[in-house]
Design a protein around this ligand. Structure first.
Ligand SMILES: Cc1cc2nc3c(=O)[nH]c(=O)nc-3n(C[C@H](O)[C@H](O)[C@H](O)COP(=O)(O)OP(=O)(O)OC[C@H]3O[C@@H](n4cnc5c(N)ncnc54)[C@H](O)[C@@H]3O)c2cc1C
Length: 230
């Protein structure tokens, strides 16, 4: 799912980076890479006088994000009615230890998408979104798993969120210490962090002829992480 014609989004008054602007980007390529590598998002919304931030699965299809859940899901119901939202996705790449406590930091890549969602009512689009949600989880899975029945599609509320107002922010590199602290006898540097996938664990009771599919077998490697237990 590539980036489409809209190569940048904004900045709008709400997505103009104020501090450390050089770490920010409104380029769709930067934004999309982070969205595509992330696995889940946090959705902030305001309902019935309270502000909530809820973790959710998501998928990107070109210029839109899709969220899904049960029709009774409070957040999705609220968003389907046009409530304002803010979706964030964060990839944590490392801890940054400076000589001074003050300059400790983290390396990260994160995206914020602000706007409003729409309920997906078209059945074909719903199917596309549900395929994309599975495919986002594990590429290759959507053509293998049984696809949702008409009843399952009816029992799923899907919300589309246009990536129309969005920003990315990326921090890389080591600590930025004060010049006066550079001679301190204190270790400084980075501790890299990454999400590690383990080897797939087969469910009990599978027919003997069903082995771990290629897309699951290579998943840990594709994530670029160590393949433990293989
Ligand atoms: C990684 C991840 C992915 C998820 N993906 C999806 C998804 O794709 N679709 C989906 O419908 N749900 C998903 N969930 C679950 C989701 O976060 C909510 O729990 C669920 O959608 C709440 O639905 P509700 O309307 O029943 O809850 P609400 O009625 O909205 O929640 C009532 C109260 O329950 C508590 N609560 C609800 N959810 C959580 C939570 N996650 N953690 C702690 N407290 C909570 C809060 O206090 C909240 O105010 C995901 C959760 C995680 C962690």
């Amino acid at each position: 799912m590539g980036t489409t014609e809209s190569e940048t989004v904004g900045p709008s008054p709400r997505t103009t980076l104020r501090r450390m602007k050089e770490r920010g980007s409104h380029e769709r390529q930067v934004i999309d890479r982070i969205l595509d590598e992330g696995i889940f998002c946090h959705v902030g919304f305001h309902a019935e006088g309270t502000t909530f931030v809820q973790p959710m699965a998501y998928a990107r299809v070109d210029d839109d994000l899709y969220l899904h859940g049960a029709p009774g899901n409070r957040m999705l119901r609220w968003l389907a009615d046009g409530a304002e939202l803010c979706v964030t996705v964060t990839l944590l790449d490392g801890l940054v230890l400076a000589r001074s406590a003050f300059h400790h930091s983290m390396n990260y890549r994160s995206v914020m998408v602000i706007g409003a969602g729409f309920e997906v009512v078209d059945d074909d689009e719903k199917q596309l979104a549900m395929d994309a949600l599975v495919e986002h989880m594990v590429p290759g899975r959507s053509v293998d798993a049984r696809r949702p029945s008409a009843g399952e599609r009816r029992a799923t509320l899907v919300v589309r969120v246009p990536i129309a107002e969005a920003s990315a922010k990326v921090r890389t590199g080591g600590p930025v210490d004060d010049l006066d602290d550079l001679d301190l006898p204190v270790w400084a540097g980075q501790i890299p962090l990454a999400l590690v996938a383990g080897a797939p664990l087969s469910e009990a009771g599978l027919p003997p002829e069903v082995s771990v599919p290629e897309y699951a077998r290579v998943y840990p490697e594709r994530r670029g992480q160590r393949l433990e237990g293989a």
